[in-house]
Design a protein around this ligand. Structure first.
Ligand code: NAD
Length: 248
């Protein structure tokens, strides 16, 4: 049975989109959840209310994952408020799209800092808590474009490919401590991030999906829940697609 009672989870970028669906799904399976957000406390509070309204347990915790000190404080606060940190889902991410020759330094830096350094900051902080318990689950949200690239997203693709290498290295380091580390590579998922794209581009992307529809945040959340559970105890260092068949 897929269930997470007795576990405490931190979901970065948990206030909306895929992160919110993951937070709600983990809580629905019995985990206590720390919903991390940067500035949108209203959205984070809505996620918390969605969880507590269905009888779950959750707390909103503000932290900017690009800042190592704030990431450490996020894990420490979650440990104090939830009693432990057994599961970390690194979901916070941004895009700053543009063609390479016109890409601004700050667009490169911000994307790498959020999508890759943010994963490093939170994972390092959580790993030391999990190592003491000799049990842990780390789930990183990468992307299909980290595998196959995408014109206009050199910064984003580099960050998501970086997450894949990071996932494998850390899986090798932490395996002997009972901690698994995996990455999910979502394809085209309907969230605020993809609603920013033009309708034409969204139609174009949907055409590439073998299953003929964009994914939902819940499609990603169920895999995150499985990878966070005891049922996935023999799976580590894997990059698993939730993409309707875009990459095969
Ligand atoms: P979204 O924009 O709806 O959510 C991203 C979340 O990350 C937001 O809650 C935002 O506040 C948070 N965030 C951004 N910077 C942060 C920071 N410095 N510290 C803490 N939180 C921060 O996007 P989404 O589509 O739900 O994306 C979630 C993850 O899934 C991202 O890592 C994204 O790259 C990845 N992803 C999305 C898709 C897609 O099609 N939507 C596809 C592949 C991968």
């Amino acid at each position: 049975m897929l269930e997470l009672s007795g576990k405490a989870a931190v979901v970065t970028g948990g206030s909306r989109g895929i992160g919110r669906a993951i937070a709600v799904t983990l809580a629905g399976l019995g985990a206590k959840v720390a919903v991390n957000y940067t500035s949108n406390s209203k959205a984070a509070q809505e996620t918390v209310e969605q969880i507590t309204g269905s009888g779950g347990s959750a707390a909103a915790i503000a932290a900017d994952v690009t800042d190592a000190g704030q990431a450490k404080a996020l894990i420490e606060t979650a440990k104090k408020r939830l009693g432990s940190v057994d599961i970390l889902v690194n979901c916070a991410g941004i895009t700053r799209d543009g063609l390479l020759v016109r890409m601004k330094d700050e667009d490169w830096d911000e994307v790498l800092q959020t999508n890759l350094t943010g994963v490093f900051n939170c994972t390092r902080a959580a790993a030391s808590v999990m190592m003491k318990k000799r049990w842990g689950r780390i789930v990183n949200i990468s992307s299909v474009v980290g595998l196959y690239g995408n014109a206009g997203q050199a910064n984003y693709c580099a960050s998501k490919a970086g997450v894949i290498g990071f996932t494998k290295a850390v899986a090798k380091e932490l395996g002997s401590r009972g901690i698994t580390v995996n990455a999910i590579a979502p394809g085209f998922i309907q969230t605020d991030m993809t609603m920013k794209l033009s309708e034409g581009l969204r139609e174009e992307m949907t055409k590439r999906v073998v299953l003929g529809r964009p994914g939902t945040p819940e499609d990603v959340a169920w895999l995150a829940a499985f990878l966070s559970s005891d049922l996935a105890s023999y799976i580590t260092g894997q990059i698993i697609g939730v993409d309707g068949g875009i990459v095969m």
